[in-house]
Design a protein around this ligand. Structure first.
Ligand SMILES: NC(=O)c1ccc[n+]([C@@H]2O[C@H](COP(=O)([O-])OP(=O)(O)OC[C@H]3O[C@@H](n4cnc5c(N)ncnc54)[C@H](OP(=O)(O)O)[C@@H]3O)[C@@H](O)[C@H]2O)c1
Length: 427
């Protein structure tokens, strides 16, 4: 196979894995790697030189492909733009830069006749993007739903054993599954970026990440986990990207793209995805539903996706006009996600109330006024003191649930609104 010369930005978790896997593919020759600090102690180093000057890679005419595994938005996006203008193909693992700047980067790549490969940007080692883009090419993609963040899945799995959110987060940090600042993972930003990329591949539009509804896992308690299990569910942080018309909402025009905790039935395939794994359901109009489960992050699983992209690219590099074959057709104008008020799904609610006569009736009245039908309600507590009320509803429109919760918050009998969590509903 013809030799292909690569330059790489980043030699952290993923970059180190890429170097390790490239040692078995000698035709993919790594010429130089850019890092932030040359003084840093590294467990392994490539045989090529390291540099802190990214320009040495971007301006090197021999380097045909830029592997971007340094992450973040800035200055990364500018490095990618410069490399594309120098007609270098890009292989990136960076969902944030794609979600925020994808339309511009893909348009620029088209203009300069180069390709952007990004399998590793979503679901790490799981070949999700190539499945959607090539494996399911004959399909109209209707929805992609799943567990797209291994860190939060690890934390929630850990909480099922009775641990608090704080204890489970600490263990995730100690084991290297969570960053010191876990915001991007636990507040849903990471999943929102991935959903934006998935919408681009599946529906042909990047969905603006700032319009994606994000609800993280910080407020989930071990009590919610235990109650969910009692009712036959497991709580997972699910990301969904669906065409508006396929999700039962009243909006048939937009994209239903969102991330929030969800009660998943225990016998559903996503409920069995545990620890740091990812699990994704893809629905195509012809194939029906596929389930992919596997490692969504980590050194070698993520490097497997990066090096897979490099091998695909190397195999096609000498063919005329090959970039267009690999590039998905993505509209350069990003789309917005539909707002949550229009979604319809059942809810789980945990309330803490003063245990006084008639409370259950009052809750029932409020829900009735807002078109909410209750499927199950239980009350637990010490007579005359505080009691926990757990309610499972039938399908509710988001706006009706919001209105009912606003009214409940004004009631004297409510001590605290424990949690309101959506229950899984097929997209
Ligand atoms: N980790 C995963 O499991 C995983 C999974 C899927 C996707 N990804 C994505 O892969 C990318 C890399 O993640 P990672 O976990 O490997 O990150 P990481 O361990 O933090 O490594 C980042 C690397 O980039 C280098 N770097 C940072 N800023 C730089 C700059 N301005 N100029 C040159 N080099 C710079 C760092 O240099 P120093 O070494 O000198 O600090 C480091 O080598 C991110 O986009 C991430 O979202 C990661």
């Amino acid at each position: 196979m013809a030799r292909v010369v690569l330059g790489m930005l980043g030699l952290g978790t993923v970059g180190t894995g890429v170097v390790e896997l490239l040692s078995k593919h000698r035709h993919l020759t790594l010429k130089k790697v850019a890092v932030k600090s040359l003084d840093k102690e590294r467990s392994s180093k490539p045989s090529c030189p390291l540099t802190t000057d990214v320009d040495e890679i971007i301006n090197d005419p021999e380097i045909e492909v830029l592997v971007e595994v340094m992450g973040g938005e800035n200055p990364t996006v500018s490095y990618l733009e410069q490399a594309i203008k120098k007609r270098k193909h890009i292989v990136t693992a960076n969902k944030e830069v794609l979600a925020k700047h994808g339309p511009r980067l893909f348009a620029l790549a088209k203009e300069h006749g180069v390709a952007i490969f990004f399998e590793a940007s979503v679901a790490g080692g799981v070949p999700l993007l190539s499945t959607i883009h090539k494996g399911l090419e004959a399909n109209e993609i209707e929805s992609v739903t799943g567990i797209l963040n291994g860190t939060t899945n690890f934390i929630l799995s850990n909480m099922e054993a009775g641990n608090s959110y704080a204890a489970a987060l600490k263990e995730a940090q100690d084991l290297g599954f969570a960053e010191a600042d876990p915001t991007a993972d636990v507040d849903g930003f990471d999943v929102a970026y991935k959903l934006s990329v998935l919408a681009a591949l599946g529906f042909g539009h990047f969905v603006k990440p700032e319009t994606i509804y994000k609800e993280g896992i910080r407020n989930i308690t071990e009590e919610d986990m235990a109650l969910a299990k009692e009712f036959g569910y497991r709580i997972k942080l699910l990301g969904t990207a669906a065409k508006g018309s396929s999700n039962g909402t009243s909006n048939n025009t937009g994209f239903d793209v969102r991330v929030h905790p969800t009660l998943v039935p225990l016998d559903h395939p996503l409920a069995s995805v545990s620890g740091p794994n990812n699990g994704i359901l893809v629905r195509g109009h012809a194939v029906g539903q596929l389930t992919l489960i596997g490692p969504g992050a980590g050194k070698l699983p993520t490097a497997s996706a990066v090096v897979g992209d490099l091998m695909n690219l190397a195999g096609a590099l000498k063919l005329p006009d090959f970039a267009s074959y690999f590039q998905p057709t993505i509209d350069a104008s990003p789309a917005s996600a539909t707002p949550p008020l229009a979604w319809k799904c059942p809810f789980y609610l945990r309330l803490v109330v003063k245990d006084t006569p008639g409370v259950i009736g009052k809750i029932g009245n409020i829900f009735g006024t807002h078109n909410i039908s209750i499927s199950t309600i239980i009350q637990r507590g010490v007579e005359g003191k505080e009691a926990t009320v757990v309610i499972m509803t039938h399908d509710v429109l988001g706006k009706d649930m919001d209105a009912a919760l606003d009214e409940l918050k004004k009631c004297d009998f409510l001590s605290s609104l424990g949690n309101a969590i959506r229950i899984f509903r097929s997209a």
